[in-house]
Design a protein around this ligand. Structure first.
Ligand SMILES: NC(=O)c1ccc[n+]([C@@H]2O[C@H](COP(=O)([O-])OP(=O)(O)OC[C@H]3O[C@@H](n4cnc5c(N)ncnc54)[C@H](O)[C@@H]3O)[C@@H](O)[C@H]2O)c1
Ligand SMILES: [Zn+2]
Length: 378
């Protein structure tokens, strides 16, 4: 099947995102074209290594690229200072030099950690993203944000370090657990909700194909998301403005994830699904978009098997005030004001800095009282 290329046109640091089935087989050729070095350092996790590491190492070897490998434990806890120290130590032991490549083979956890490690090793060496989750293919592997988590919060220590290449193999997603696949789908639909109503409708109509088949619908969806993200990153690499639109649903999502203690009880994409529903509901309540828009959005998410309302999630035991406190700690909060992405309709999102916290609290109180025995009822 043919691969498609999307260019991220950053001056002096432009790179391609290659999307298609079996693009992994061309990894050696693609990487060899970027450097004279024939050494690479692959970072991956145990789940991905078991299924896909050899599918990468074989083509690297064929292109004459020798690769050292670090296989890390899977899960968010890997994005830690301790693991960063461990990983950079392994990279130094392998005598990685400028000109050599780090290759991040995995989901957003591996991409964020390996990209950060590459960004600080010897003041920065190049890296390639080979995202293996749908979320990483449409979001985290593109745009150069890298980070680890600390006690104070998620993604608070990190840097912008653009990859030199992104290889998104739509076939590797076949081994991804369906729940992780749906979580990535939440972000796919989000792109349409932000700026392209026709795309949102197309995604919703093709949800099953995107979720279950490595065919052209999945590739088209990933390519479209990468195009949108590339354009946003080109316009606003460091999130001074427009890039924040990509956070549609994310202020609420961060509140949900924090209330769940980042425990895996709620996946990021599941929180985004609920968060997008809440963002449209808030927009409706503020008279910004037509009645029924939030129901439309929630219907699309629910049809793909995602939680669409707070009451669809396990009981997180948080009060509306606690949610708001968590939301205010989001790093996008500015001068104490929570920043929301709201919408004037599907595909018409914008950034709002002056939302009345009382309206939000009122909405969350109602949303939480959907649930029997919730604290909000007391
Ligand atoms: N840098 C950014 O711009 C950005 C954007 C969004 C999210 N993120 C970060 O991404 C992370 C979440 O990424 P994620 O959802 O990819 O999670 P993840 O990396 O934890 O992967 C999810 C699970 O799937 C497994 N897995 C990965 N690929 C697989 C495959 N092909 N087959 C079978 N199992 C596979 C992993 O081992 C893991 O258990 C978060 O830390 C988040 O902060 C970063
Ligand atoms: Zn997200």
């Amino acid at each position: 099947m043919t691969a498609e290329r999307v260019r991220v046109g950053l001056e002096g640091r432009a790179y391609d995102i290659v999307v298609g089935k079996d693009v992994l087989a061309g990894a050696g050729r693609e990487i060899a074209a970027l450097t004279k070095s024939r050494r690479a350092f692959v970072v991956t996790d145990e789940n991905v290594a078991r299924r896909h590491l050899e599918r990468l190492r074989a083509p690297l070897g064929e292109a004459g690229i020798e690769s050292a490998v670090a296989i890390l434990p899977p899960g968010e806890a890997t994005k830690s200072f301790a693991m960063l120290e461990h990983l950079t130590g392994l990279m130094l032991d392998a005598e990685l030099e400028r000109g050599d490549f780090v290759i991040a083979l995995g989901g957003g956890v591996i991409g964020d950690l390996a990209g950060f490690a590459a960004g600080i090793l010897k003041r920065g060496i190049d890296y390639v993203q080979i995202p293996t989750t749908l979320l990483a293919q449409v979001d985290s592997s593109v745009g150069g944000k890298t980070a680890i988590d600390v006690a104070q919060g998620k993604n608070l220590i990190g840097l912008f370090h653009q990859p030199r290449l992104v290889l998104a193999d739509t076939g590797v997603l076949d081994s991804l657990p369906p729940r992780e696949m749906r979580a990535g789908y939440a972000e796919v639909l989000k792109y349409g909700l932000i700026e392209d109503a026709a795309f949102a409708e197309w995604v919703a109509a093709n949800a099953q194909a995107i979720l279950t088949k490595p065919g052209s619908e999945r590739r088209e969806a990933i390519v479209a998301c990468c195009r949108m993200k590339a354009r946003v990153v080109e316009a606003d690499e460091r999130e001074a403005g427009r890039r924040a639109l990509l956070n549609l649903g994310h202020t609420f999502a961060h509140g949900i994830e924090a209330a769940a203690g980042y425990s895996g009880r709620v996946l990021h994409g599941e929180a985004v699904s609920v968060g997008c529903g809440l963002a449209f509901e808030l927009s409706e309540r503020l008279g910004l978009c037509e009645a029924g828009t939030a129901a439309q959005v929630r219907g699309w998410y629910a049809a793909a098997g995602l939680p669409a309302r707070l009451s669809d999630l396990p009981d997180l035991g948080a009060t509306p005030e606690e949610f708001i406190t968590h939301m205010a700690q989001d790093k996008k909060a500015q001068a104490g004001q929570i920043v929301f992405v709201l919408a004037r309709g599907i595909g018409k999102a914008f950034i709002a800095r002056d939302v009345d916290a009382q309206i939000v609290e009122h909405m969350l109180t109602e949303a939480l009282s959907d649930r029997p025995n919730s604290k909000a009822k007391a």
